[in-house]
Design a protein around this ligand. Structure first.
Ligand code: CTP
Length: 418
């Protein structure tokens, strides 16, 4: 098989981020954020205010990022004393986390009385802030005014959220968790390939009950479907995710409908497509849907009889959700998934034609269920294209790009297969 094998990179590969830390107890969480941003491929340069160093030491960030941490405008390590210019020029974005009430006030009014605030004024790159403060400080009229001024200046706010606060109170002003901040940073940089699109997805397994305490399910974890839902959202789409039983958290900004059985999944999908409002333009069927349900479901628990007789299950066919959607006169652009065990290319191409969808995505190899990585084969009318082994989030972003290119009619270079 001689097909395209360009390995996709992590979401923040090649990005240089300036992480500004101001004084707040949430500073300890920012050590984790620095790690997460690097895990996503970014290089991270930390700059701290003097107050921030009272909460976390520069040594912590230096050890985590492998780069010297700057706190002082007059740092002798920068030969021309232009630290504010030298450090901010290379950055793709500045992220201030935690951003204290005092620092937001300074930013809103353009004050430049220490290294970090001077860098913010001197920067050419986008500015993202993750506020963290007590609920009274967040609700204070002066802070409200400052937030409005900063929004009008084009500053992006990451949170805050509501919850327990270090002072023992509960309310709005709590900093988002490091993984949420990292996800919003990834979303900030993601190309908006699907802006204006409405995406409907299915993900996860289904569960077909035998009696009130037993049922038949499969090993699908939902990870791939959830990663694609997240990537569609990052790419600017409105996303509705119909999920079978899974404990995965809902990706930020995604509308989720939980279902259990294949029939419920079918009904939820049709309900979403028939709902008033703008129509869904893309349908991605990632769920591992049970082909059959138990026809002789027992409303009470099936008991052992005491003799050797065994219970007998009879099955009925479940609706094929993907094929039903693809048959509709108002069908969105449909993407199917397939877990084939043999002759992937031929069976995949046959399944794509049978289900009448423009793109079928086949998992390469067995036992991808539950793993964090995967390897995909994209099968369309022009042939096949391989997305080599990578994390499911990386593959999801690459798949979104492939879908957008096909929908725009730009096509993709294909080197073999038909
Ligand atoms: N699918 C669906 N509804 C079903 C069965 C499958 O929407 N009742 C979708 C899956 O979400 C997937 C695609 O159809 O996108 C292919 O699923 P797969 O199980 O590989 O195909 P089947 O049609 O069940 O074919 P078979 O199991 O016989 O290979």
């Amino acid at each position: 098989m001689n097909i395209d094998t360009l390995p996709p990179g992590p979401a923040l590969a090649g990005r240089h981020l300036l992480l500004g830390v101001t004084g707040g107890v949430a500073g300890f969480k920012v050590a984790e954020l620095a790690r997460e941003l690097q895990r996503q491929g970014a290089t991270v340069q930390v700059v701290m205010t003097e107050a921030a160093t009272r909460f976390v030491t520069p040594v912590t960030f230096q050890a985590l990022t492998g780069r010297p941490v700057f706190t002082d405008q007059w740092d002798a390590r920068i030969d021309d004393n232009m630290a504010h210019i030298a450090l901010s020029r290379e950055a793709d974005a500045m992220i201030i986390a935690p951003a204290s009430a005092d620092f937001l006030a300074k930013l809103a009014h353009g004050l430049a009385d220490d290294l970090l605030s001077t860098m913010c004024v001197a920067r050419e790159c986008p500015l993202l802030v993750a506020p963290a403060m007590n609920r009274q400080m967040w609700g204070n009229p002066a802070t409200r005014r400052n937030v409005e001024l900063l929004r009008a200046d084009g500053v992006t706010f990451l949170g805050p959220t509501s919850g327990d606060q270090a002072c023992g109170e509960t309310g709005m002003g709590r900093m988002l968790e490091p993984d949420e901040l990292a996800e919003l940073t990834v979303a900030f940089f993601a190309p908006k390939h699907l802006r204006g699109q409405r995406v409907l997805l299915t993900a996860g397994p289904t569960f077909e009950p035998i009696d009130p305490v037993r049922g038949i399910t499969n090993l699908s974890s939902g990870k791939m479907g959830f990663a694609i839902a997240r990537a569609c959202r990052h790419a600017g789409a409105d996303v509705t995710l119909v999920a079978g039983p899974t404990t995965l958290p809902t990706p930020a900004g995604v509308e989720r409908i939980d279902v259990r059985t294949a029939q419920q999944m079918h009904d939820a999908v049709m309900g979403a497509l028939d709902a008033p409002g703008p129509r869904h333009t893309i349908f991605i069927a990632v769920a591992a849907v049970a082909d059959w349900r138990v026809a002789n479901y027992s409303a009470s628990k099936i008991k052992k009889t005491g003799d050797d007789s065994l219970p007998e299950l009879r099955f009925a066919q479940n609706p094929d959700i993907l094929a039903s959607v693809a048959r509709r006169p108002d069908a969105p652009w449909c993407v199917g998934f397939a877990a084939e065990s043999d002759d992937l290319e031929k069976n995949g191409q046959d399944k794509r034609r049978r289900k009448n969808v423009p793109l079928l995505v086949a998992n390469i190899g067995h036992a991808t269920f539950g793993r964090d990585d995967n390897e995909l084969l994209l099968i369309d009318a022009d042939g096949i294209r391989k997305l080599p082994r990578a994390g499911k989030d990386v593959l999801a972003a690459a798949l979104v790009e492939e879908i957008a290119a096909r929908m725009s009619g730009a096509g993709r270079p294909v080197t073999a297969g038909r």
